[in-house]
Design a binder for this molecule. Structure first.
Ligand SMILES: [Zn+2]
Length: 111
């Protein structure tokens, strides 16, 4: 059996100390929150990722007028460790093809 990739949810944003809510996957109470604030056990999220290897992480298309603004998750279907924003990447050199979504694909891509 392959090892299950572990999510890094040590950040306080993944823990809601105010109250437990039902896990969106198993229904049992949990103080844990996904990157998007959804109540889910960390182990349930990790197992879901393993069970859905093709599930994409979706982003709002980049803003053409402000390319330094980070992208934001929209309708994310995959659990991940970091927050809803991407890191601001350095601009690609003109000779390389940027790995940004094209308008024909609806502006979405998997990370
Ligand atoms: Zn659960």
């Amino acid at each position: 059996m392959d090892a299950i990739p572990v999510l890094d949810w040590g950040d306080s944003s993944h823990f809601d100390h105010r109250r437990d809510r039902p896990c969106c996957l198993c229904g049992r109470p949990t103080p844990m929150r996904s990157h998007d604030g959804e109540p889910v056990h960390k182990v349930c999220a990790e197992q879901w990722n393993v069970d859905h290897p093709q599930a994409p992480r979706l982003y709002r298309p980049p803003d053409k007028t402000d390319r330094d603004r980070p992208q934001h998750c929209i309708g994310t279907t995959r659990f991940h460790s970091d927050g809803p924003h991407t890191q601001i990447l350095s601009r690609p050199a003109r000779t390389t093809t940027p790995r940004l979504p094209s308008p024909d694909t609806g502006g979405l891509f998997a990370a």
